[in-house]
Design a protein around this ligand. Structure first.
Ligand SMILES: [Mg+2]
Length: 277
C-alpha cells in the first residue's frame, strides 16, 4: 500500500502547481468532505466557514463544482444559505447538473421510473420486501437510482444489510446495474453512473471538444472526496491532484495521492488556496 501524503506537508508545492495553471477545476464531494456525516442527512448543514469562503472568494481562475450523491433539490436546499451562483452543482452522482449562473438543471440520463426496461424497479421492490417493517432503514428515490440509508440501524439488525448485499450480488450476475456500499448507505444505480462522467461533462461545458471530437482537458483538476464514488474520479484524474478525506491514512485503500483528515481540514485547505492564492 502506498503512503498517503498529508496535504499540509505539501501545501507550498500544491500552491505552486495551482499558481502555474491558468485555470483550476475544483471538484468537491459534500457529505463527509465539506460537512461531517450526521445521523439525519437532512441536518447536514454546511459549516459557517464555508459560507465565509464562498462569500469572499473572487478568483476567476477557479471553477468550483460540488458533486454529490444527493438529489439535486436536496443539495440546493441544504446549501441555500451559501452563495452558490458561482458554483456548479451536480446531484444524484451527476444525473442532474446546474451550471454556475443558470437556473435550470440538465438531466443527462433517462429517469428511472420512465424507463420500463430498467432493472432497478424490481430490485427496489425486492429490497423493500427483505426490509419488511424494519425501522431505521430508509429508501430514498432519486431520478435514476435509489439509496438505502441505514445510519440509525442497530448493530443487531445488520443481518438485513448482509441479506441485501447477498441479493444484490446474485442479481448482478444477470442484470445491468451497479451498487455501491458507502458509509451507512447502499446506492443502487445504472451501471453507466459515474462521478468521473459528470466531471467530464462539466469540463466539456467549459473547454468544449476539439475538431477530432476529443475532449480538451485544460487546466489543473483537483478532486476531494471521502467515499467509494470519489475513487472513480481519482482513477480518471491521472495528471491532477486527488485528495482523500480519511482519518486512517495508514490503512486506507485509495487511488488518491494526498489526504486530509476531516471536513475541518478540507475547509482550511480551501481557505488557503481560494482566499490566499
Ligand atoms: Mg462523501
Amino acid at each position: 500500500m502506498k503512503k498517503l501524503k498529508y496535504v499540509f506537508d505539501y501545501l507550498d508545492f500544491i500552491k505552486e502547481i495551482i499558481y502555474r495553471s491558468n485555470k483550476t477545476y475544483l471538484f468537491l464531494d459534500y457529505d463527509g468532505t465539506l460537512t461531517e456525516i450526521v445521523n439525519d442527512p437532512g441536518n447536514a448543514a454546511p459549516p459557517s466557514n464555508l459560507q465565509h469562503i464562498f462569500k469572499e472568494f473572487k478568483n476567476e481562475n477557479f471553477i468550483i463544482s460540488i458533486v454529490s450523491g444527493r438529489h439535486l433539490a436536496d443539495l440546493k436546499k441544504i446549501l441555500a444559505g451559501l452563495k452558490t451562483d458561482m458554483l456548479n452543482l451536480a446531484g444524484s452522482h451527476g444525473n442532474e447538473i446546474i451550471f454556475a449562473g443558470r437556473s435550470f438543471a440538465e438531466k443527462p440520463y433517462p429517469e428511472m421510473h420512465v424507463n420500463k426496461n430498467n432493472p432497478l424497479e424490481n430490485i427496489e421492490a425486492e429490497i423493500m420486501r427483505i426490509c419488511g417493517n424494519t425501522e431505521n432503514i430508509k429508501i430514498e428515490k432519486k431520478p435514476a437510482s435509489f439509496a438505502l440509508h441505514y445510519r440509525n440501524l442497530p448493530l443487531r439488525q445488520f443481518g438485513i444489510i448482509k441479506k441485501i448485499i447477498k441479493f444484490l450480488e446474485a442479481q448482478k450476475q444477470a442484470q445491468d446495474f451497479k451498487y455501491m456500499q458507502m458509509k451507512k448507505v447502499i446506492e443502487v444505480m445504472p451501471s453507466y453512473f459515474n462521478k468521473a462522467a459528470t466531471v467530464k461533462k462539466i469540463i466539456n461545458h467549459y473547454e468544449g471538444y476539439d475538431k477530432h471530437n476529443e475532449k480538451k482537458w485544460g487546466g489543473l483538476i483537483i478532486c476531494i472526496g471521502d467515499d467509494t464514488t470519489d475513487e472513480d474520479l481519482f482513477k480518471e484524474n491521472k495528471t491532477g491532484i486527488n485528495i482523500k478525506v480519511t482519518e486512517n491514512p495508514g490503512s486506507c485503500l485509495t487511488l488518491a495521492e494526498y489526504y486530509l483528515k476531516n471536513p475541518e481540514d478540507v475547509l482550511l485547505f480551501l481557505k488557503k488556496i481560494l482566499l490566499y492564492s
